[in-house]
Design a protein around this ligand. Structure first.
Ligand code: SAM
Ligand code: SF4
Ligand code: F3S
Length: 477
């Protein structure tokens, strides 16, 4: 069974296969019907599938890993790039075959592609029965009933208040060690290339008390790591509803601290930070708490201030570099990762060189790199011409990937000889005699099993590495 952390580590890689979910919960015999869900896109979509599973289970649907035995097949989709949507369309053609064999099956499309295409989806994909946007999952049971009568069911209303705060997600495909916890939804930034504000709506923060409660319950259930999720976690801001309440407004730094204080044995991660919003207060909070991982995902998108302005990222190259310097000053040795786009509208060779030199400066431990994919309706699609040829976009991307490969290998090699604290996530994929876990800096570490178990923290001395894995041996503290 793949771990949730594996999902997190590929958080932006929508091209991978969807994950088939099989919650280890009540016996299927307790359910009147079975559902099967595949998720694509970012961690927030994966977390949403866990909310959907909870809503469905309360309405008599049990999860199955086998789509052929399901009464309801759901695809939780992503629209971030054209390729992400193409992957879903291809998968739908496969389900179409299944539906032809068994016309009683319902096929539903959830998530960002449902929101972007709305009713159009039903015209384009005749065998889809349900189209449900990210803020409409509570209505799924009614929509399913409607679809069962042979009607097409659609709800793509965005809702400024919906955070699903009261729903306990059902941990799908869980390794029992790492869990995602959504702390907010939507995005108020208007990066010109990005479809998310259109598919996820306005930003809203979830009730801090419900987040703490969920994290506490996870810890009680044996989970050892939570990843707090939002498109822009640093703008998290929650005000208690009751004016008479003595509770104060909760910022992201305060929330991080509250989660970290649940137990020193609960590791805390978060994603994603926006360079314009991450504050010194957040950085000091990370530095103060040993259990908040020293690792920040800080997407830059481009190293050229001119392109950053066209992207509407609201910071310049210099501002970003100053932020990286500040991170390294307050949290020495902090792990750093990023997202980069090549070939955005009007990008010249000089702009590309600026992106390459920024990567050289930051030497990211991890980078998710993409070539620009125009998304209908976005500011960039409306205002600018997608004028860099696909060949050039891909050539620049390859150069960037090659450069990053050097940096990530150097980052791995720097850890040889060091001892790091590893949270064990399970048995290594390559050998049953070895365990696999993650370091505080989010690197995969493999070491001989001995008597250690999943969920243990183990001090491991790193002896060697490959491009993606540190290899070591357990040492006593
Ligand atoms: N909220 C995060 C941020 O501000 O960076 C991440 C948002 S998005 C889900 C993940 C990444 O996809 C972005 O950081 C960006 O690099 C990439 N992306 C978004 N739109 C894109 C597009 N139209 N073409 C190529 N890559 C895109
Ligand atoms: Fe998209 Fe920008 Fe919001 Fe990230 S911050 S989700 S890139 S609009
Ligand atoms: Fe994709 Fe929607 Fe996430 S577009 S990246 S699934 S917010």
């Amino acid at each position: 069974m793949s771990s949730l952390f594996t999902i997190e580590s590929k958080v932006h890689d929508e091209s991978r296969q969807g994950e088939a979910y099989s919650p280890i919960i009540e016996s299927q015999a307790n359910f009147k019907k079975l559902f099967y869900v595949e998720s694509y896109g970012c961690a927030m979509n994966f977390a949403d599938s866990e909310v959907v599973a909870s809503i469905l289970q309360s309405n008599g649907y049990g999860a199955t890993k086998n789509c052929e035995e399901a009464d309801l097949i759901l695809l939780n989709t992503c629209s971030i790039r054209e390729k992400a949507e193409a992957t879903v369309r291809k998968r739908l053609t496969e389900f179409r075959k299944l539906k032809k064999l068994n016309p009683g099956i319902l096929v539903g499309v959830l998530g960002c592609m449902a929101e972007r295409l709305k009713e159009k989806f039903l015209q384009e994909e005749s065998l889809v029965d349900l189209v449900v946007g990210p803020d409409a999952y509570r209505t799924l049971p009614n929509l399913i009933e409607e679809a069962e009568t042979g009607q097409k069911a659609v709800n793509v209303l965005l809702n400024r208040d919906e955070t699903y705060a009261d729903i306990s997600p059902i941990r799908l495909n869980s390794n029992g060690v790492n869990a995602f916890v959504s702390i907010m939804r939507g995005c108020n930034n208007m990066c010109s290339f990005c479809v998310v504000p259109f598919t996820r709506g306005r930003e809203r923060s979830r009730d801090a008390n419900s987040i703490i409660e969920e994290c506490k319950n996870l810890f009680t259930d044996g989970f050892k790591e939570v990843t707090l999720l939002g498109q822009n976690v640093d703008s998290y801001h929650w005000e208690p509803f009751n004016n008479d309440s003595k509770e104060e407004a909760v910022t992201f730094a305060a929330l991080l601290e509250k989660v970290a204080l649940i137990s020193p044995l609960l590791r805390v991660r978060f994603s994603t930070s926006h360079p314009k919003d991450i504050t010194d207060e957040v950085l000091h909070t990370i530095a103060r708490h040993e259990n908040i991982c020293n690792y920040i995902h800080l997407p830059v998108q481009s190293g050229s201030s001119r392109i950053l302005q066209l992207m509407n990222r609201t910071y310049s190259r210099e501002w970003y570099i100053a932020k990286v310097n500040r991170i390294r000053e307050i949290i020495p040795g902090c792990g750093l990762s990023t997202d980069m786009i090549t070939g955005f509208c009007t990008e010249t060779d000089e702009d590309h060189e600026l992106s390459m030199s920024l990567m050289e400066y930051c030497k990211y431990d991890l980078a998710y790199m993409y070539f620009y994919s125009e998304r209908p309706g976005t500011l960039a699609a409306r205002r600018f011409k997608d004028d860099v040829t696909e060949d050039i976009k891909k050539k620049r991307l390859q150069e960037m990937v090659d450069l990053h490969r050097i940096h990530s290998l150097q980052s791995m090699q720097r850890d040889i000889g060091k001892t790091c604290k590893v949270l064990v996530e399970g048995v290594s994929k390559k050998s049953a005699d070895e365990l696999q876990g993650r370091s505080d800096h989010n690197k995969v570490v493999v070491f001989p099993k001995s008597n250690f178990e999943k969920g243990d923290y183990v001090m491991v001395k790193i002896n060697s590495c490959t491009a993606g894995t540190l290899i070591g041996t357990a040492v006593s503290e």
